[in-house]
Design a binder for this molecule. Structure first.
Ligand SMILES: [Cu+2]
Length: 136
């Protein structure tokens, strides 16, 4: 027959093991949740830029481009890591966005880390170019 005090001790042990288990779980590496970032096409002050012009993300994140000011705009990737033309085409949105607040997005899932550069076809000459840096 167990005494009350030995029962309490066993309970304490069980609780302690549970707490240690939970504590260990908290420190195990877990993948960061995928984020979605927004880039404005045309700044609020109507400059012909992608805002922000450069954005650093992690693999698995998504970038949304929002038609903001002085459109039409589009998103055309010209340089991607390894010069993968198929990947550049997949990330691009060549159709011109003509309506306010139109959104296009690209998910940077299963892509190599590195620098991705893109431009807007009508405004490339005006300097409307952007860069996405994907962390490995
Ligand atoms: Cu543009």
């Amino acid at each position: 027959m167990l005494s009350v005090s030995s029962l309490v001790k066993r309970l304490q042990l069980v609780l302690l093991s549970l707490l240690i288990g939970l504590g260990v779980l908290a420190f195990l590496p877990h993948p960061a949740a995928a984020e979605t970032y927004t880039v404005k096409m045309g700044s609020d002050k109507a400059q012909l830029i992608f805002d922000p012009p450069s954005l650093t993300i992690n693999q698995g994140d998504t970038v949304q481009w929002v038609n903001n000011k002085v459109y039409p705009h589009n998103v055309v990737f010209d340089k991607v890591p390894g010069g993968d033309a198929a990947l550049a085409a997949k990330l691009s949105h060549k159709a011109l966005l003509t309506a306010p607040k139109q959104v296009v997005e690209s998910a940077f899932v299963d892509v190599p880390a590195g620098e991705y550069t893109y431009y807007c076809t009508p405004h490339r000459g005006a300097g409307m170019v952007g860069k996405i840096i994907v962390n490995g």
